[in-house]
Design a protein around this ligand. Structure first.
Ligand SMILES: [Zn+2]
Length: 423
């Protein structure tokens, strides 16, 4: 039967039904597991294609196995508005990270089908393999779309599936030619603007009592995965303070200094978050009575602004060498892994924000701390915009909780934003 989604009640009923079907297809120990290029992800894409084609929309699959659904516009030569997100999840993750944007995009197409004729075509894309959990690489489908999936990423072997990404793509029926050649796929050629609706993965919308948020930029990161502090071991009772070369004291002094730097940046109005998620002495040698001679740690610096990333990273590394030399330690910062931030222009942010307020929904502007497919498209020069929908309990866990009324608010905002952009 054809789905009509003119009212909010229709939207809620459709959303509940689709999310329940998705959960049924990928249930795993209380959560869902829809690995990139897995049978469960295939099933989710088939579900989407079936719903869309039953409703008279055209479905196509691109060379990277992303699924596209098209609503034609009155001007077939005009570049399209593209709405997208992903259908994969982390292992035993939640049902809404990614899927909310795809299901919301489909709900929007069904509503537009019955209510509005737009000049531009509107296309929904469900990307494959957005989560890095399966092949160590994020944004697989969206990077393949814009021709930026690097060959070493294709060689990465999934510890879960024990095959490389290249083999997984082949098994899924992908056309590796353009992907290996880093050629943008034809579906990427005629995109006027890309919008993504996604659950918020932090607590800000819940705290502010806002159903929707407008993303001001997607934070990039400079990551130091393996920093080593080296000092000198000794008996904890036998060496006075001035003669010690304690790796833990050096590393912790550095971290508190970096936190002061962070506070100064915040006061100056910069967007910044810093995390040392790994911090350990050597478990083979450490002991209660041994002065620690080594610390392994990581540092993850994130900001929406690349100049902040550069400035903070340089200052942090300078502080590390100053502290190391004063304490008679050695610090090896190791390799740095960079992910560039994705900027969203202020006109787009204002347009989405004004649209939400105009519909009577409280909204707030906030940066995205996590990466999204939108970042891959933005890096390729496609103008992007993002809408966050309130979600409790964070993401990448089975407790993600998206209220269906908030989902429908997101669909309302997405629909109006698309109408404005597609005129
Ligand atoms: Zn996601």
């Amino acid at each position: 039967m054809r789905v009509s989604l003119v009212t909010s009640a229709d939207c809620a009923g459709f959303g509940l039904e689709f999310f329940e079907a998705l959960r049924y297809l990928s249930a795993d120990n209380g959560g869902v597991s829809r690995g990139g290029y897995s049978a469960a992800e295939d099933a989710a894409h088939t579900l989407l294609a079936n719903y869309a084609s039953r409703n008279g929309l055209t479905v196509s699959i691109d060379e990277a196995c992303n699924t596209w659904v098209e609503l034609p516009g009155t001007d077939s030569s005009a570049d399209a508005i593209v709405i997208g997100s992903h259908l994969d999840s982390v292992r035993q993750g939640g049902n809404y990270d990614g899927a909310a944007g795809v299901v919301g995009g489909l709900a929007m197409l069904f509503r537009l089908q019955d209510t509005t004729q737009l000049r531009r075509p509107v296309r929904l894309v469900a990307f494959r393999g957005e989560e890095a959990a399966w092949f160590g690489t994020c944004y697989i489908g969206s990077r393949a779309l814009v021709g930026t999936l690097e060959s070493e990423m294709l060689d990465a072997v999934s510890p879960e599936y024990r095959i490389s990404l290249r083999e997984a793509l082949q098994e899924a029926g992908a056309d590796l030619g353009p992907i290996e050649a880093n050629t943008a796929l034809s579906a990427s050629k005629s995109i006027h603007q890309y919008f993504e609706m996604h659950i918020e993965q932090g607590p800000l919308l819940v705290a502010a009592d806002c159903p929707v948020g407008v993303v001001t930029g997607i934070r990039g990161n400079y990551r130091y995965p393996a920093i080593t502090w080296l000092g000198e071991a000794g008996h904890s009772g036998a060496v006075s303070r001035n003669l010690r070369h304690d790796a833990v004291l050096g590393a912790t002094e550095w971290l508190t200094t970096v936190e002061r730097l962070w506070i100064d940046e915040e006061v100056a109005g910069a967007d910044l978050v810093v995390t040392a998620g790994i911090f350990s002495t050597d478990p083979m040698h450490h002991a209660v009575t041994r002065i620690p001679d080594s610390v392994r740690m990581s540092l993850d610096i994130r900001s929406v602004d690349v100049s902040t990333l550069q400035r903070v990273s340089e200052q942090a590394m300078e502080l590390a060498s100053q502290i190391a030399s004063r304490r008679g330690l050695e610090v090896l910062v190791g390799e740095r892994v960079d992910t560039m931030p994705a900027s969203i222009d202020t006109d787009t942010v204002s347009m989405i924000y004004d649209t939400a307020l105009g519909l009577g929904y409280p909204a707030m502007k906030l940066p995205s701390g996590a990466g999204h497919d939108a970042a891959a498209l933005g890096a390729a020069g496609i103008p992007i915009g993002m809408i966050f929908v309130r979600n409790e309990n964070g993401s990448h866990n089975a407790q993600e909780a998206l209220d269906i009324d908030d989902f429908c608010v997101g669909v309302d905002v997405l629909t109006e934003v698309t109408k404005r952009a597609a005129q």
